[in-house]
Design a protein around this ligand. Structure first.
Ligand code: GDP
Length: 296
């Protein structure tokens, strides 16, 4: 289960604290040392951990906390607030266009789950009454275009592509025109991914972004790759500019560090998480619920 190791360690630390009654500065220091270790073991980015511990320390030191009647509870509350803040405080949803169709570019490396997530988003928003159009623009992997077409068929959502010979920019542009004609109001573009980040990929994505001015540019990234996922997010943010991140494979054997690090490192909120291979396994990401889950 996601965050199981982290949750168990933190709960143990806080149980000890609660058992002590009145707390000294040294008790606080010892507890925060354990929290620090637990976060590092969960693969949270080192700089993020340092900042986090620093903030909790500052807020907990004052007499109002340590000399209060329930110091341990107050410290747990502070940790919970800071964990929530780390993940972006509030739910960050899709920014829909007020006037025309909303375009979302899904970007990422190959194998991260982009194509599957395009299908998941289409199903999620179809259920909410939107009219999605799935667009296959991964021209380097014709199999990916086919895969998306099959997914579209499974969830009965229209599909658009111009095949592997067209340019991705042209596909995206024509998809928007097509959506407008067909009154589809949510355009989900599955872009090409590569095994590594390269300048050619970024240049092409920048051209697509310029051509269709999407409301959202969302990185889809595999949470199981841990801090690599965070580094990939940072690179895409710097080179392309992102509006959000979707972490996939949170059902897998991940320690969860990416979920706790992405927002602080890149400034981009996590909008959804993927928790399975099936198309109905996409969940909105709620920072406060995630923090509550970690603290039990
Ligand atoms: P793309 O290359 O980025 O388009 O990646 P795909 O959408 O083809 O996904 C790669 C693999 O990851 C496929 O086998 C998907 O079924 C799988 N996958 C995608 N999202 C998830 C997820 O949230 N959980 C699990 N367990 N597998 C996923």
């Amino acid at each position: 289960m996601l965050f199981q190791g982290l949750a168990e360690k933190l709960q143990e630390t806080f149980k000890k604290l609660r058992g002590k009654g009145k707390l000294t500065e040294n008790d606080l220091k010892a507890a925060l040392r354990e929290v620090r270790l637990a976060l590092l073991e969960a693969d949270v980015n080192l700089a993020v951990v340092k900042n986090f511990i620093g903030r909790v320390w500052e807020r907990s030191l004052g007499a109002e906390v340590l000399e209060s009647l329930t110091p341990a509870q107050q410290i747990i509350k502070i940790v919970k607030e800071e964990l929530t803040a780390l993940m972006g405080d509030t739910r960050s949803g899709i920014n829909f266009s007020a006037t025309g169709p909303t375009t979302i570019l899904l970007v990422g490396l190959q194998g991260g789950g982009k194509t599957t997530t395009a299908g998941k988003l289409a199903l999620y928003y179809k259920k909410q009454g939107k009219r999605p159009l799935l667009v296959g623009a991964d021209v380097y992997r014709p199999a990916a275009i086919k895969q998306l077409e099959v997914l579209a068929g499974q969830i009965d959502v229209p599909f658009f592509s111009l095949g592997a010979d067209a340019s991705p920019v042209e596909i995206a542009r024509r998809a928007v025109e097509h959506a407008q004609r067909q009154s589809q109001d949510l355009i989900l573009v599955d872009t090409a991914g590569r095994l590594h980040i390269d300048e050619e990929l970024m240049a092409e994505l920048r051209s697509m972004k310029e051509a269709v001015e999407p409301q959202e540019v969302i990185l889809v990234v595999d949470a199981m790759t841990g801090q690599d996922a965070v580094n990939v997010a940072r690179a895409f943010q710097e080179e392309l500019g992102l509006t959000g991140v979707i972490l996939t494979k949170l059902d897998g054997d991940t320690r969860g560090g990416a979920a706790l690090s992405v927002k602080s490192v890149t400034g981009c909120p996590i909008k959804f998480v993927g928790t399975g291979e099936k198309l109905d396994t996409l969940q909105p990401f709620y920072p406060d619920r995630m923090a509550a889950r970690i603290l039990g």
